[in-house]
Structure formats: C-alpha cells, structure tokens
Design a protein around this ligand. Structure first.
Ligand SMILES: [Zn+2]
Length: 228
C-alpha cells in the first residue's frame, strides 16, 4: 500500500525553484531572444555608403572598409531570399563640394558623382530591385545621414517598412547619423555590428558611436543572430 502524506507535499505557492536554476532559465531565454531575429514583412536593409572611395585604395579609405562587403552580402542574401527591400545610400558629391579641403572642408575629395570613386563596391551583391539614395549632391550642403535632404523616410513609410537593418560605412559618421535619424523617424533599428567599420579620426570614435546608437535605442546584432 502506498501512502501519500499530502500534508508535506509542496504546494504551488510555496514551491521555490533553486535560484541557480532560475538564472539558467533566464540565460536561456536571453540567448533565445538574440538568436531568433526573424526577417519578416516590414523589414528593410540599408547599406550605407559602401563606395569605392571609402575602401582601401580610395581617396577617403576607411580602415578595413572592404570587410563590410562580404559581411553585408550575407545579410543581402537573407533579404533576397525573402524578397525584402534593400536600400543603398551613397555620397554623390559635385566636384566642388563644400566638405572637400579645397573648399575649406575637412575631407579630401571623395565620392564625386559619376566617377569610379563614387561607385558602389564591385563585390557588393545589391539586388536589381535596390533603391539607391543619393545624398549631398549639391555643392553647398553635406549630409552624413541617408535621411538628410532625401526622400528615404517617405519611401520607407510608403513601402510599409517599420524595422531597419543598417550597416556599411563609416560607423562614426554616416552609419551613426543614418541610425540616429532612423530612430528619430520612429523606425526600429538593428545595427549590423559585424558589417560596419569606423574612420576613427580620434581613437575610439567608432566604439563611442556604437555606444551612442545603442543608448538611443538601436540594437546591435550579428549575422548569427538571424533565425535560419
Ligand atoms: Zn561625403
């Protein structure tokens, strides 16, 4: 005969889980949330200024700038597989642009419209459907952000986009300002931490820019965080 002594059986309300187990559950939940970013309708990818002049050998080369090309290509393939929209911003300067040293600006001449330096990196696998956003195309205005003086926000909204995956060049200038404007426009932003590189005019600029973007609400992810 089996006797069950109900008096000592644990009741749901005084049943406690070992704190170490609770911690384990929480950690698993966290890992789960980071590995389950599922691409879906409403998502768009923005490749920021992946142009020849910002790559090694270009007139304003970003250190390891070419590393963003294969990194972005993995995301581009994931977006292509789901027929999700892709935008590519580019500096598209006139030869006498105000940001150039010849006109008192701080940069060497770069990304002049219709020149090789202004072209997208050859290896970047942009889809045929890519929407190209040209910025700072007049002599007297500069724009680090893809939203600066362009119709990018309107195009995203009319396409039903609510969440942006943003990578490219450079972390501490055009990526930073594009992300800040995207957040200010009300989009959710996932920063592609493995597909950005910084100019780092001052050591640590890139790291500080990443901190700022996270503080403002962007979530930094890596390709491995996407659900397969
Ligand atoms: Zn520029």
């Amino acid at each position: 005969m089996t006797v069950i002594n109900t008096a000592v059986a644990p009741k749901p309300d005084n049943f406690t889980v070992d704190p170490r187990i609770q911690f384990l559950f929480a950690a698993v939940r966290l890992m789960g949330s980071n590995s389950s970013i599922r691409l879906q309708t409403g998502d768009a990818l923005i490749a920021v200024d992946v142009q020849n002049d910002f790559l090694p050998g270009g007139s304003l080369a970003v250190p390891e700038g070419d590393a963003v090309v294969p990194a972005l290509n993995r995301y581009l393939a994931a977006f292509a597989a789901r027929a999700l929209p892709v935008f590519a911003t580019r500096d598209w300067h006139p030869p006498d642009h105000c940001s150039f040293k010849a006109r008192g600006g701080i940069w060497p001449a770069h990304c002049v419209a219709e020149t090789r330096g202004g072209g997208f990196a050859t290896g970047l696998a942009l889809p045929q459907s890519v929407v190209v956003i040209s910025k700072a195309a007049t002599p007297d205005a500069d724009a680090y952000s893809g939203f600066g003086g362009t119709d990018l926000a309107a195009r995203l909204r009319s396409g039903g986009v609510v969440r942006l995956f943003i990578g490219g060049l450079a972390t501490d200038y055009c990526v930073l300002n594009t992300v800040k404007d995207a957040l200010a426009e009300g989009f959710a932003v996932l920063l592609l931490a493995d597909a950005i590189r910084a100019v780092d005019v001052n050591a640590g600029d890139g790291a500080r820019a990443q901190d700022e973007m996270r503080r403002l609400g962007a979530r930094a992810i890596r390709y491995e965080d996407l659900a397969p």
